[in-house]
Ligand binder design. Structure first.
Ligand code: NJP
Length: 273
């Protein structure tokens, strides 16, 4: 990987307090990027910024991406500090686990607010700066943004929506030098399943899957770096993720049946409640 590519680039990472965002912050700090880190947990961000400040310049901004004013503030503070923006990684995200029939609709609203609107707000306010720098905007979506994931209606909808938004933005700016990447990790070990909302909107508080068998967040961050350097439009990670997307496109009905049986076998599956 050409680590020099990131030297002195000004990079915003949302959801930088944990998982993929945190691993990315560490990787890009080691490459010399100037970082603006965002999340709601400002205490965690303060610790991370302190740790990374031996390697690079780091700003952290407490941000709830579901609040437009917070996203605007994040962009304003970044420009105030660094004078430009080269890369925006819309990574902050929230998942869920429940059947739609049992679901309080506020859960879907919350997921759309964080995953979709959070990406739209940050992108809207950063766009003039990204156009100026001919920079990159990334949306971290999911395989569930290509193929419906049962028990995750709100999650799949929000990630499909981000894909539609960014794929369209890319075409609008095809000849303006803007790089737009839709980035879909597969199952990655992180806090996402602990934080996932259940039918009534309370966090699940545990993971039903074996996190030890998943891709690491550090590996995902490496792929993110490669995608940025090559200015790729789409990246889909993990063999099962690639296979799912391919099969969904070629044999959608068969893939529905396979997904049903795969997810029905998940421990404590909401299918059986
Ligand atoms: O999850 P986790 P990941 N405003 O829970 C932040 C996608 N993905 O690293 O606010 C601002 O460790 C939260 O910070 P805090 C996934 O959908 C994952 O796995 O302090 N920030 C934390 O930093 C998501 O888009 C897998 O609680 C908010 C971060 O988001 C991205 O990868 C598979 C926020 C979540 O860190 C990173 O998730 C896949 C808000 N309102 C896609 N709400 C996977 N892990 O298997 C949350 O395909 N955050």
């Amino acid at each position: 990987m050409n680590r020099k590519y990131f030297k002195d680039k000004v990079m915003i990472i949302t959801g930088a307090s944990s998982g993929i965002g945190l691993a990315s912050a560490k990787l890009f700090a080691s490459c010399g990027a100037k970082l603006a880190l965002a999340a709601r947990s400002s205490d965690k961000l303060a610790e991370i910024a302190e740790e990374l400040s031996s390697e690079t310049e780091v700003l952290y901004v407490r941000t709830d991406v579901s609040v437009e004013a917070d996203c605007k503030n994040l962009i304003d503070k970044t420009v105030e500090r660094f004078g430009r923006i080269d890369i925006l990684v819309n990574n902050a995200g929230l998942s869920m686990r429940a059947m739609f029939r049992d679901l309080d609709l506020s859960v879907i609203k919350t997921l759309m607010d964080v995953n979709f609107w959070g990406t739209v707000y940050c992108t809207k306010h950063a766009l003039p700066w990204l156009l100026k720098s001919r920079g990159s905007v990334v949306g971290v979506i999911s395989i569930a943004g290509y193929s419906g994931l049962p028990g995750r209606t709100g999650y799949s909808s929000s990630k499909y929506a981000v894909r539609g938004f960014l794929d369209t933005l890319r075409i609008e700016h095809l000849y303006d030098g803007l790089h737009v990447m839709v980035f879909a990790p597969g199952f990655t070990a992180s806090n996402v399943r602990n934080a996932a909302l259940t039918a009534d909107g309370s966090p699940q508080g545990r993971t039903p899957r074996d996190e030890g068998r998943m891709m690491t967040a550090e590996k995902v961050a490496e792929y993110l770096a490669k995608g940025l350097i090559r200015r790729k439009s789409h990246m889909i990670l993990t063999p099962i993720g690639k296979l799912t997307v391919l099969m969904h496109n070629l044999w959608p009905s068969l893939t529905d049946r396979l997904e049903f049986s795969y997810m029905a076998k998940e421990p404590d599956s909401p299918f059986h409640k």
